[in-house]
Design a binder for this molecule. Structure first.
Ligand code: SF4
Length: 701
């Protein structure tokens, strides 16, 4: 056996864009001896947050699924027997072929997400290819995550995809609008500090005092859901003071006059009243948008998209970015989303069949398809609906009524345990060859160690299943490397091959524009930045950004607020990333840091309920209830409570409707996530302290 040490380069499996922190893995005799940050990585330069540092705990984890399993008892009884891959695939083929033979291919559904299937190529290419060749309904894990932001961008025609190095090097300031990089995407923080070190300004807009807010020069705490008023009041001042980018407006925008008239109704005085902040804070923010050049607005994804009015919030901010002259400017821009793979012409992709009426990819449509059994078999690939989707009681029942539920994962997650019939064991991030892309770079994720137990790559078992169902050309390549090279054969990836990527441990820059939108060509109907959105008008949406109160809120539903007076913020903290690895609980390091749902609560709100720091309390509304541990802090304002998202036991108290109306999501071909930031709750002290979970991973199912 070769006992020499070998070092491989890969990226963190937690899928944070746009950083994708680099990791180096050293092995000896096929065993991992060290996992650490990759100092050659262009952005992360060897730094890893606690999630990245502990990602080595995923592989040799006693809770890993290592063999296919079949349910023995009732659904949800958590009794399993080991079966062979052949038996598992035969059972699946038998159930799925019924729908195919009955001419209802779309009744075979697949929900795929990036939870464990972190290899970009699986998520973006190979799983959709499998579903499309078989005519299956395909639901993409993006729908619970960020599509409102996508809709807003689609309506303006603007996707500002900049990279963190550019921001750190050129921005004169950054506005973290509803973003907390210290908790999520920690490797953005050095670039924010770089701006500060150069004398630039750092602003955070967040109702909570986050770590990012603490390092900022200026922190605005608007009322939850009032962001349209804040952005539009700033626009009002820029327009009134005549300090906007006239060249951009004249040459590269559409509908400016209508926008200007519309903005005249958003006076700063009204903005201050609606946002519940001093007028001076709006004036100071306007001064920053008018005078700091270039100014980057860090929107990333997620936070604003979890609001009922998230699309309008993001649109109003995108308009502000354009108005202040920060579009197509190095160090400016507005959105830190994913990028390169929008430009990849990946050859492995297969288009969906047009002869099938697929249930769309948004929450309302999925709910309807499950309720009516339009979809009756469901393959869950790298996702965990019983952690991520709302209205869990209903979803739990719907899943249990399906003909077949198969879960492919690293661990026995909530969905597998409660609704699964067949469980398939997945390879982890370093047991298969793959790729990842950021806004600007392409990275290899190499196969570093042997596959554990009987785990298989998704594309391997999908090929075996496809053949059983009569599709023989799902995986026409001789090897995974051939497949990936074929996928990389596109203008955006010019020159990149697996061999070249192995030679470039810091990743390879994609062949894309240096600065997004510096050609001022926008993906809107007019080809310009649309202050007035023609697409929105066609879809029956407001063509200009408007404020709408949350569907539940102290102002919008005052009667309900008497019963449930606290507005719940569903936030991200640095120990969670969605429901990865069963909501982090199979990672001992992360589990030890936050083993229970901690609810931030203002001391005055706690005193009204006789709650003390460390108490357990029942959090409830009319939809459901769950147990939380109280953490007293003034970092959340009175009337608000804040909880890390992805605690399945508590999802029942969150909203159960899509934040974007289905006709919009269907028309745009985008998903529509459930909105979380519109939930009113109340709390009561549990008379006897009760531990909601046993401590540590041993308390897991
Ligand atoms: S910030 Fe943390 S979780 Fe995100 S990619 Fe980097 S190491 Fe991974």
């Amino acid at each position: 056996m070769d006992h020499s040490k070998k070092t491989y380069y890969t990226v963190c499996p937690y899928n944070c864009w746009p950083i994708n922190c680099g990791i180096s893995v050293t092995t000896c005799a096929g065993k991992i001896t060290e996992i650490k940050g990759n100092k050659y990585h262009d952005f992360s330069k060897g730094r890893l947050c606690i999630k990245g540092q502990s990602c080595g705990e995923i592989q040799n984890n006693g809770h890993r699924l290592l063999n296919p399993l079949r349910r023995k008892g009732e659904r949800g009884s958590n009794e399993w027997e080991r079966i062979s891959w052949d038996d598992a695939l035969d059972i699946m083929a038998e159930k799925m072929s019924r729908n195919i033979n009955n001419n209802h291919r779309e009744a075979n559904g697949i929900y795929h997400s990036h939870g464990n299937i972190v290899q970009r190529i699986n998520w973006k290419i190979l799983t959709p290819r499998f579903a499309n060749l078989l005519g299956m309904t395909l639901w993409d894990g993006n729908f619970p995550c960020w599509y409102d932001v996508g809709v807003a961008q689609e309506l303006t025609g603007y996707w500002g995809l900049h990279d963190p190095v550019e921001m750190g090097t050129y921005a004169g300031g950054v506005i973290n609008w509803a973003q907390d990089p210290c908790a999520s995407m920690a490797n953005m923080v050095p670039y924010i500090l770089q701006i500060k070190d150069r004398g630039g300004i750092v602003v955070t807009i967040d109702p909570r005092v986050t770590q990012t807010a603490a390092l900022s020069d200026f922190h605005i705490r608007p009322r939850l859901g009032s962001d349209v008023y804040l952005a539009n009041a700033v626009a009002y001042i820029l327009l009134k003071e005549n300090v906007f980018d006239k060249d951009f407006v004249q040459n590269h925008s559409f509908g400016f006059d209508l926008y200007k008239t519309h903005m005249s109704t958003f006076t700063p005085k009204k903005g201050a009243e609606m946002c519940e902040i001093p007028l001076s804070e709006i004036e100071r923010l306007a001064d920053i948008y008018a005078n700091v050049k270039p100014l980057c607005t860090n929107l990333t994804r997620g936070a604003l998209g979890k609001h009922w009015n998230g699309v309008q919030m993001v649109r109003s901010i995108l308009c502000l970015i354009a108005l202040s002259g920060n579009v197509g400017v190095k160090g400016g821009g507005g959105v830190w989303g994913e990028g390169v793979d929008w430009n990849l012409k990946l050859n492995g992709a297969v288009r969906r069949r047009k002869d099938i009426a697929y249930p769309p990819n948004n929450f309302n449509a999925i709910d309807h398809a499950l309720e009516t059994k339009t979809v009756n078999t469901l393959l869950v690939v790298g996702g965990n609906p019983l952690s991520q989707w709302p209205n869990l009681n209903r979803l739990r029942r719907q899943l249990k009524e399906l003909d077949l539920v198969v879960v492919f994962d690293l661990f026995m997650n909530h969905t597998a345990r409660e609704a699964g019939d067949i469980i398939l064991p997945a390879t982890s991030w370093i047991e298969e060859l793959g790729l990842r892309t950021s806004n600007t770079h392409i990275y290899i994720m190499d196969k570093i160690i042997d596959t554990q137990g009987e785990c298989k790559e998704a594309s391997v078992w999908m090929d075996e299943l496809a053949k059983r169902l009569g599709v023989t050309d799902y995986f026409p390549w001789k090897s995974k490397e051939d497949c990936l090279n074929d996928c990389l054969d596109s203008p955006a990836c010019k020159g990149a091959t697996i061999a070249k990527l192995r030679e470039n441990p810091g990743g390879m820059r994609a062949n894309i524009m240096d600065v997004p939108f510096n050609d001022f060509v926008f993906s809107s109907k007019s080809g310009k930045f649309e202050f007035y959105s023609q697409k929105a008008e066609e879809l029956g949406l407001p063509a200009l950004p408007v404020h709408e109160e949350p569907i539940e809120g102290v102002r919008s539903t005052p009667e309900l607020a008497k019963e449930f007076p606290l507005a719940l913020i569903s936030a991200r903290r640095n120990t969670h990333f969605h429901s990865f690895h069963n909501s982090h609980r199979f990672n001992p390091t992360l589990d030890a840091v936050e083993p229970e749902p901690l609810l931030w609560m203002h001391p005055k709100d706690a005193a009204k309920r006789s709650l003390k720091d460390g108490d357990y309390a029942e959090m409830f509304n009319r939809r459901g209830s769950g147990v939380v541990k109280i953490e007293l802090t003034t970092e959340v304002s009175e009337g608000h409570v804040s909880l890390n998202d992805c605690w399945p036991e508590l999802n029942e108290v969150t909203q159960s409707i899509s934040a974007v109306s289905p006709h919009v999501t269907d028309a745009l071909g985008l998903g529509g996530q459930p909105c979380y930031q519109n939930t009113l709750v109340n709390l009561k002290c549990l008379r006897r302290p009760k531990t909601p979970f046993k401590k540590g991973v041993s308390g897991l199912p």
